[in-house]
Structure formats: structure tokens, C-alpha cells
Design a protein around this ligand. Structure first.
Ligand code: SIN
Ligand code: MN
Length: 272
């Protein structure tokens, strides 16, 4: 799947592109089941909110079949390779659970400063692709993005190790206010199966989720292979160090997996 001229122009101008209905209901069911199986596990690469609820399951594409298939799916890989005009590798893969009632905030930030300062990523030639596993609504802690903010480049940030369990280079109130005064805030919302791709310097964040509706999103971070990280300080499960170019797999592979899983749910849950 490639982005068309209009989508490319929107990405350039706004810093993000939202693609509704990228994944079918059957695929989403399989991915939700996979995500439930992952989030039940006790592992050091599953980070928790203060109350112990899973917040983020890192690197689950390394042990869960559905996540592995998603991580190389052409619907995610091809547009990023197209934007960078280069092969890409997986810098990070995670499920952000944003659980019903207890899912906590993601502070205002840009992704690139964290990748640069913590991992030694040279340039913002990497990006996050969000796959909605639940309906993302205005009420359940949607991602908020500041359109056009990517054009400001990497803004000054400070290291927040207190607000949540996940240390992040965050933006201060003055910077966010200036960016928002100029550009407003948009919350791309929509049904499960939608995909949001956004620039590494896009200002974004999300509020806590106090609703009974979970907001699970998979984030696949792909980087141009020429932009491999040089000074990793974080564990490999957060900042991968395998820079092998990703070979995109046909969308049929995940579709067929989902059909098999629907036909034999118990067996596929065991395989997960
Ligand atoms: C992120 O910015 O990495 C995650 C934000 C979210 O899931 O709301
Ligand atoms: Mn982010």
C-alpha cells in the first residue's frame, strides 16, 4: 500500500495522515485477542501504571505471532519506506493499553527528542504508526496532535521521570501553548482498524482514560536503515538494535492468520 499524492501532501503540510478501515474486523479481533494474551503476562518488558495495570507491552512482536505479522505488514511498512525513500527497520514495537478507568496520561512530547537523546538516533527519519485496536473516541484518552508542529523541528524538552512509569523528554506548558495557539489541537478518532501515521517531530500527548472503554493502540516505530541508533542507553526491548531492513509481508498473511484464528480460537490462543 502506498500513499497517494493527496495523502503525501497532507502529511507534508499537517505532519500526520489518518487512514480509516485499514484492518478488517477479523484482523482486529485476532489482534485484540493477541493483545489480551500479551497484557495478561508478567514480563519485565510489560510496564505498568502506578496501580499495576499494564501500560505498555514492549517488543511483543518478538514472541506473539499476530504482533509479528502486524509488524511487517505491507500496509504499515510500505508507506513509511515510501516517505523515507529507503528501506526501514523496527526501532520499537509496543501495545499501549490505556486501560478502562485507569489508563494514565502521556505527557506532551515529540518522539524524536527521546529517540535522539536516549538512543542516539541521528535524524527524524523514523516515525510512529498507530493501529487502533479499540474505537478511539473523544472520551477515552485519544491521541491529541498539534497539526503543523513538525515544522518547528525538535523543540527544547526536559526529562520527566516522575509523572508516569515511562521516562519521556517532555515539552513545557509555554512551548505547548505557543504551538497550540498557532495550530490548534486535533484528535484523530475512529473505529478499530484505523491507522495514524505521524512525523517524529509532531507535538502530541493524551489524557488519562476514566471511561469504561479501553483504548488499546499498537505503535510500530520504523526508522530508515541509514538512521540506525548509535548510542542506545535503553534496553533492547525499548530501542531495538537489529537494523536489518524489514521485508514487508503481504496483507494476506495477517488476513489468513485471522481466518485461522477465528476458526480455531482456543488453539490460536495457545499458540499466542
Ligand atoms: C506515545 O506517544 O508514544 C503514546 C501516546 C498514547 O498512546 O496516547
Ligand atoms: Mn510519542
Amino acid at each position: 500500500m502506498k500513499l497517494n499524492a493527496e495523502q503525501l501532501a497532507r502529511f507534508d503540510e499537517l505532519g500526520y495522515v489518518f487512514l480509516p478501515d485499514c484492518f478488517s474486523e477479523a484482523e482486529i479481533t485476532a489482534l485484540r485477542n493477541a493483545s489480551a494474551a500479551v497484557l495478561e503476562m508478567q514480563r519485565p518488558d510489560i510496564w505498568r501504571e502506578k496501580d499495576g495495570t499494564p501500560r505498555t507491552a514492549f517488543a511483543c512482536q518478538q514472541y506473539n505471532e499476530a504482533c509479528k505479522l502486524l509488524a511487517s505488514d505491507e500496509r504499515l511498512v510500505a508507506p513509511v519506506a515510501q516517505l523515507f525513500n529507503e528501506e526501514v527497520y523496527i526501532h520499537q514495537f509496543k501495545i499501549n493499553a490505556k486501560a478502562a478507568f485507569t489508563g494514565e496520561v502521556w505527557q506532551w512530547h515529540q518522539d524524536f527528542p527521546t529517540w535522539h537523546k536516549d538512543d542516539g538516533m541521528p535524524e527524524p527519519r523514523a516515525m510512529n504508526i498507530a493501529v487502533f485496536l479499540d474505537e478511539v473516541m473523544p472520551i477515552n484518552g485519544p491521541l491529541m496532535v498539534v497539526p503543523r508542529s513538525h515544522k518547528a523541528g525538535a523543540l527544547e524538552s526536559s526529562h520527566d521521570t516522575e509523572t508516569t512509569s515511562y521516562p519521556l523528554w517532555t515539552l513545557d506548558k509555554k512551548t505547548v501553548t505557543e504551538m497550540v495557539d498557532r495550530n490548534g489541537i486535533v484528535t484523530p478518532t475512529g473505529k478499530a482498524g484505523g491507522v495514524l501515521m505521524f512525523h517524529a517531530n509532531m507535538v502530541h500527548g493524551s489524557a488519562g482514560n476514566i471511561t469504561p472503554y479501553p483504548r488499546r493502540i499498537v505503535y510500530l516505530t520504523l526508522s530508515a536503515v541509514s538512521n540506525a541508533i548509535t548510542k542506545p542507553t535503553r534496553p533492547d526491548f525499548i530501542a531495538h538494535q537489529d537494523f536489518t531492513p524489514l521485508r514487508a509481508t503481504s496483507a494476506n498473511i495477517l488476513k489468513e492468520y485471522a481466518e485461522r484464528a477465528a476458526a480455531a480460537p482456543a488453539k490460536s490462543a495457545l499458540a499466542a
